[in-house]
Structure formats: C-alpha cells, structure tokens
Design a binder for this molecule. Structure first.
Ligand code: GLN
Length: 543
C-alpha cells in the first residue's frame, strides 16, 4: 500500500472491556488479509512506564525485546500478531511531557509559552506517526488507554481529532463500549453507549465503527438502535460477546465482516482473501482437546489473574499444541507450608514457580521446590523462580546454611544470588534493571538445549540479581548444572538438575517470547514433561 493508514481504538463506559484484545483482533484480521500491521498503545498515566508499578496497580509488566517495560496489552499484540514490539509501541503521558520539558530546557521553544495545545498534542501526534514514518507498515493501530471522559485522556483524544483532519481517509476511529444486561428487567441497555459516544462527539470525534462488548449475543434491533442514535452505519456496529477464549475474538469480528468494513471505509480495495487457517487450526486444537494437563502456578499474586498474563498464555499455547486442555491451578506461595505442601502439590503434573520481587511468600517457594525436587515433579522456575531453585538447592543439597539472595537477606553468609555488578551503585529505580533481549549459549548436553534444539538463543530479561558465579563449581559438583551462560558476560541464565526428569530454572522470561503461532520451546518441553508425569500418576493409580 502506498500510504500508511491509521486506526484509533478508544474505549467508553468502563475500563477492562478488553480494548487491547479488540485492537489485536482487528490487527490479526488485517494481517490475515496480507497487510503489514503493528499496534501501539498510548497510556494516559504520568509514570514514564509501568516498570515501577506493582501488579495490583497494573497487572503484569511486559518487556519488549529492546528493553522497554510496557503495558500488558503489548503482550497481546505480540501473541496475536506474531510481531516484535519496541519502545515506540508504548507511550505514556509521562514520556510525552518528559520530551516536551527536555526540549523546553534546551531552548527549543525560546520566547514561547509551552502549553498542552499545541505542544503536548504535537508531541503526541509526532509519536503516533513514528512507526508509520518508517514506511514499513500498511496499518498502524493505536489504542488509547483509559476511558473517554477521563481528564487525563483529553490531550490524546484532541490529538486524534487533529490527526483525523490531517490524515483524511487514511484515518479511522473505532470506539469500544459496554452494553450491560440488567437481569431484573431482562433487558440490555444501550444508554451508556449513547452517552459515551456523545462524550466523544463533544470532544470532536465521530466514531466510524462501534464495538459493543456484551455478555450475550445482541438482537439486531439493538444494534440498529445504537447505529441510529450514534450516527454510525448499521453494519459498522459490531458486537463482541463473551467467548471462552480471547483467541476466538478475531473470528467473532470476522463473522461480522469488521475487516471488510474497515477497508471499505478507508477506501482500500482488497482482493486478497482472509487467511486464518493456522489460527482456526489452533482454536480447533484447543476446543477438541479432551485430556488435560494440570499445572500449578506458585506465586504471590494469585488473586490477580493479570499479574502472570504472559505465563498463563504461554502455558495455554503449549498445552494446545500438545492437544491438551490446560488445567491451571493458581497456588498462593504463602499458603504452602511443610504440612500443606503434599496436599497442594501432590496431584499436579507440573509446577511453575513464578517471577517476582521481595520477601513475601518466598519461604513457600522454597518448600515447593524442595518437595518438587525430592519427588521429581516437572518443575519450571522463571526469574525469581529460578533464583529460588538455586537457594533451595544451596540450603538443602550443597548444605550452605542460610544461603539466600542479597535481595531477601543482605546479611546471608552465602549469597548464592547476588546483585549484578552494574546494579550496585544505581541511584534510580525506573528502567534500570537488566532489561530486554540477551543471548545465551546452551550446553549441548542439557535438557534446555534439547528443548530449543539450538545452541545460541535469545530471550528477554527483567531483574537486578543473578546467580553468584563463585558458587558455580560447588553447585555443579553436587548436581545442579549451569546449562545456559551469557556468552559476553558469563552470567548464568539457565540451571537444571540433570538427574531429574525436568527441573529447569531460567533467569530470563521465556513467556515474553511465546505467541499463538510460535509457542516458546521451553514451555513446549515443560508441558511435554508434565504430560509424561500425568501418565505416570495415572499408571500408579491403576496399579
Ligand atoms: N527480584 C529478582 C531480581 O530482581 C527477580 C526478578 C523477576 O522475577 N522478574 O533479580
């Protein structure tokens, strides 16, 4: 296509409607018609990035390959579109203001009063077009975080309004709203949608398409009514009803021809058919799987499903490729004690010990890992999970009493996990961890190598602490192998116990690198081992 087209996705009524999923699903459909698509998210909060927010505030913090801490929606974009996002794909109000203020200090605006309009809005518009200006993409989908009507999203909405004038036919607005079902009256209500469109119109934007989030399929007359009151074509009122899996959403939108309507409205003539075979193949596998694989995810944010989003999606993808239903048990590490461990973990096919920060719940992770190691359960340690594997092994096998990580106990006599050299004198907390993609060389005689079938791999990181190489020999002599090493720095990235069926810890986050079409090899291998464990448990029960 000659010119890059811009699609904006805004949201109304309430948050958490799944704007990211709708944006990713529309992106998937355009991609499936042969276009080059990327998605970016503009978040109205003032933090520079979500890196310093805890999961209660913001769910998982997703990390891009180029080392940017971003919103979890970026994970959806990568998983749906199989693309690699960069720091240009997630911008916050904080970054916009920081750029403008830096320029003001430099003297770029000498003599002028610096204001929200035009300086902040110009900076937003410049950022919206950064990826488009590369000439690489046919479509740039921009999701505007928050809900219309919020004070903080105003400059973004104003920028979209201006861009519509500048871009003309190359710009389109999709607005996502909510249509609640009032059980007592047995009615669905469109008033919140009407109000939210009105707010958008007051701010100068007439949406071209509406996506209505609903629990149930809406009758035709409801969509007609919304179209009439919101100045939108009837066929451009799309509904997104609840489905079992987020990966079904592209199909729900395709059934209503959302991609064709978007193309038509943007004046794009398309002869290429919608090619979603591999996608639907994945969904068929997911739906037809009868046997299950049960994985216990041990962490401390168990009540927050979004805190481990990429991990749960990676497990689901790998289980689906193995034609198994994923039965995920979220287990609170604070609940795991010597007396509860057998009951909580005994029936699992595999255990994943989650990443995290700080002391809370850490003892439960050690008890989990001791149990898993002694009972030879397939076990996967990710980042802090890997560090806990090392600490547990140090205490109970190498016999280093009170071994710990410097993060948990600064006075530990054996700091088997220690702060990385370059982290020691850091004075700032934001964006200062070891972040993004680094390479790792795998020992050819290791389970990790067999999983990847590759010697040199690249995975993404987010941590400050690291395996203490002073203890490497002692660990290897007593049975824990350091099977993945960073070739430049010598940092240990993978540990495993070769004598066990599948006991692997990784300092990196393989979950950031697993998509629907390319599941991460280590997750694939872990699920395979867990399926083996299931057959073993079943066999024993039959005896
Ligand atoms: N808290 C640990 C560190 O900073 C692990 C981080 C993580 O699990 N992402 O090294």
């Amino acid at each position: 296509m000659k010119e890059t087209k811009y699609i904006f996705v805004t949201g109304g009524v309430v948050s958490s409607l799944g704007k990211g999923i709708v944006a990713a699903s529309l992106g998937k459909l355009l991609q499936a018609r042969g276009y080059k698509v990327t998605i970016q998210k503009f978040d109205p909060y003032i933090n520079i990035d979500p890196g310093t927010l805890n999961p209660y505030e913001h769910g998982e913090c997703y990390v891009t390959a180029d080392g940017c801490e971003t919103d979890l929606d970026l994970g959806h974009y990568e998983r749906f579109l199989n693309i690699t996002a960069t720091r240009a794909n997630n911008i916050t109000t904080g970054r916009i203001y920081q750029n403008v203020i830096n320029r003001e200090r430099k003297g770029d605006f000498l003599g002028k009063t610096v204001q929200v309009v035009p300086h902040i809005t110009d900076e937003i518009k410049r950022n919206v077009r950064v990826l488009g200006n590369t000439g690489e993409y046919d479509f740039i989908i921009t999701e505007i975080g928050g809900t219309v009507g919020d004070i903080e999203s105003l400059p973004f909405i104003e920028s979209v309004r201006q861009l519509r004038w500048e871009l003309g036919k190359n710009c389109l607005c999709v607005h996502l709203t909510y249509v609640p079902y009032i059980a007592a009256a047995q009615e669905v209500k469109t008033k919140p949608t009407q109000h939210s469109v009105k707010v958008l119109q007051e701010q100068g934007i007439q949406p071209n398409l509406l996506v209505l989030r609903t629990e149930k399929n809406l009758p035709k007359n409801i969509c007609r009514k919304v179209a009439l009151f919101c100045n939108v074509d009837e066929d451009a009122v799309i509904q997104s009803y609840d489905v079992q899996s987020i990966y079904e959403v592209p199909l729900v939108l395709a059934q209503q021809h959302m991609d064709e309507i978007v193309l038509k409205k943007m004046g794009v003539v398309n002869e290429k058919p919608l090619k979603l075979d591999t996608w639907t193949g994945f969904l068929d596998n997911m739906k037809s799987a009868e046997e299950t694989v049960t994985i216990g995810l041990v962490g401390k944010y168990i009540e927050l499903p979004d805190a481990y989003k990429s991990i749960t999606e990676s497990l689901l993808q790998a289980a689906t490729y193995h034609h198994r239903k994923l039965n995920l048990e979220l287990i609170h590490s604070e609940k795991i004690t010597d007396s509860s461990v057998k009951e909580l973990l005994g029936g699992l096919d595999g255990i994943l010990v989650a990443p995290g920060f700080g002391q809370r719940g850490i003892e439960g992770k050690f008890i989990t890992l001791k149990y898993a190691r002694e009972h030879d359960k397939p076990t996967f340690g990710v980042c802090l999970g890997m560090q806990c594997m090392v600490i547990e092994f140090a205490r109970n096998v190498v016999k280093l009493k009170n071994a710990n990580s410097t993060e948990m106990d600064i006075s530990s006599p054996y700091k088997v996990i220690d702060i990385m050299e370059e982290q020691k004198n850091l004075a700032i907390m934001g964006g200062s961890m070891r972040l993004g993609a680094y390479s790792c060389r795998l020992d050819k005689d290791s389970k990790a190598y067999r999983a990847y079938n590759d010697e040199l791999i690249v995975e993404r990181h987010r941590h400050r602490y690291e395996f203490n190489n002073k203890f490497k020999e002692q660990f290897e002599e007593t049975g824990m192998k350091c099977s993945g090493i960073n070739p430049e720095t010598g940092l240990v990235e993978v540990v495993e116990i070769p004598d066990l069926k599948w006991y692997i810890g990784v300092q990196y986050h393989p979950e950031y690198n697993s998509t629907v079409l390319n599941p991460n090899p280590l997750f694939m291998s872990f699920i395979e081992a867990a399926i083996g464990e299931r057959s073993r448990i079943d066999g024993e029960e039959e005896k």
